[in-house]
Design a protein around this ligand. Structure first.
Ligand SMILES: Cc1ncc(COP(=O)(O)O)c(C=O)c1O
Length: 406
């Protein structure tokens, strides 16, 4: 079966001559949405299995979130951190309650949360008398596109053209505890281990739970910080608030962003007892971070998630979606693996499959392809069983047709 052709496949992206050319965009302009559905300016309808890249926790135009945000916009959007922002304390307290950690700093994005985490690691080292602290980072990791976070990332394409990279990183492969133990023996300046609990951009690569438990023990023995980037896999996506909770451990530092504001930009770095007092007045700051609108978005997202059982939904629908994909695609020649947790699923194919992005959009389904050959599904956490079945029904014939092509 051939992938359906449509205007979407043939029309080139409309030029945006005043916008820097940093994205290869599809020729689709989305105009509005409802739940897990989006419509474009031409009136075409799409099932959203991308969620704005794991951002739209509550989907689009959520009937409880919209009035809350309208109320906040009408009251106060921004004041600056010169003054108290009571909603910051409210969101920080909630994040501490659900994570078991002790305090949060708010910013605007994932890379900013990770920058704050890296500053905490370095300051933690300096406070111990280590002048050139080092942080263990990972092959295939993605932590953002600032100079420090792209240096920590393990993707040469993200780094190319931006050297010299920030020093102070030691790279290891994922899920290999012996490699980290070797670093512990040979590098006395290491102060922290920094990894995504489940790698997202790198191809949906989960850390094994025993590996995380081993890292926790090693960090305790060595006096290192365990810093878990939950920017993509956190906030209920795997069926628990945070993916590390499946392993029964606690990090010392946890950067968050993406799903926390359900589409409103919010970043946070949440710290446990060993890290919470590392930064003091004057050590770090932000103009926008923690503003009332962003904080209200975070507070309401978490409240609605609890009220509506959104995490349990992510677990159940994620399991059904995974099972449907395995039923249709598992064992097919050219399908390497179908993996993930909850509503964070990767289908690894044996060859690059970026072309599926446009083919799926033409068939009315929004997905992404990451690490060249991994189809990534990270939909809103409110997706229904019926919508998940539609994802399977639209996507799998496209994948089969792709695999049949020589
Ligand atoms: C795990 C992880 N960390 C950090 C980032 C960077 O987040 P942002 O794009 O908000 O800077 C991303 C973005 O994809 C991510 O997946």
């Amino acid at each position: 079966m051939n992938a359906p052709e449509s205007a979407v496949l043939t029309i080139p992206a409309r030029p945006m001559p005043h916008v820097l050319n940093t994205y290869g965009r599809l020729p689709i302009a989305l105009s509005h949405g409802k739940g897990c559905w989006l419509w474009d300016t031409e009136g075409r309808k799409y099932l959203d299995a991308l969620g704005g890249i794991a951002v739209n926790t509550l989907g689009h135009a959520h009937p409880k979130l919209v009035p809350a945000l309208q109320d906040q916009v009408a009251r106060l959007i921004h004041t600056s951190n010169y003054y108290e922002v009571p909603l910051q304390e409210q969101l920080a307290a909630k994040l501490c309650e659900i994570s078991g950690l002790s305090g949060a700093f708010f910013c605007n994005s994932g890379l900013e949360a990770n920058e704050a985490a890296l500053k905490i690691a370095r300051k933690f080292g300096h406070d111990k008398g280590i002048d050139a602290p080092e942080v263990i980072v990972y092959e295939r990791a993605f932590h953002g596109r600032s100079i420090a976070t792209l240096s920590a990332s393990g993707n040469p394409k993200v780094q190319a053209g931006f050297g010299p990279l920030v020093p102070g990183f030691v790279r290891v492969p994922l899920n290999d505890l012996a490699a980290v133990q070797e670093v512990a023996r040979s590098r006395p300046n290491v102060v922290a281990v920094f990894l995504e609990t489940i790698q997202g951009e790198g191809g949906v690569n989960p850390s094994r739970w025993e590996y995380l438990q081993g890292l926790r023990r090693l960090c305790d023995e060595q006096g290192w910080l365990l810093m878990l980037d939950e920017v993509q896999c956190g906030i209920g996506r795997t069926g628990r608030w945070f993916a590390y909770q499946w392993a029964g451990i606690q990090p010392d530092v946890m950067p968050l962003a993406k799903g926390l504001g359900s589409g409103v930009p919010v970043g946070a770095v949440v710290c446990g007892p060993r890290a919470v007092n590392v930064l003091g007045p004057g050590n770090h700051g932000t103009t926008f971070g923690g503003n009332p609108l962003a904080m209200r978005a975070g507070v309401e997202t978490l409240r609605i998630m609890e009220e509506d059982g959104v995490m349990a939904n992510a677990a159940a629908v994620g399991e059904a979606l995974h099972a449907g994909l395995v039923r249709e695609l598992g064992g097919l020649h050219g399908v390497v693996d179908i993996r993930g947790a909850g509503l964070m699923i990767g289908i690894e194919l044996a060859r690059p499959c970026g072309v599926l992005l446009a083919r799926a959009a033409a068939a009315g389904l929004l997905i992404s392809v990451t690490a060249d050959s991994v189809i990534r599904i990270v939909p809103p956490l409110i997706m229904s069983h019926d919508e998940a079945a539609q994802v399977v029904a639209i996507l799998c014939p496209l994948v089969k047709a792709f695999l049949a092509q020589t």
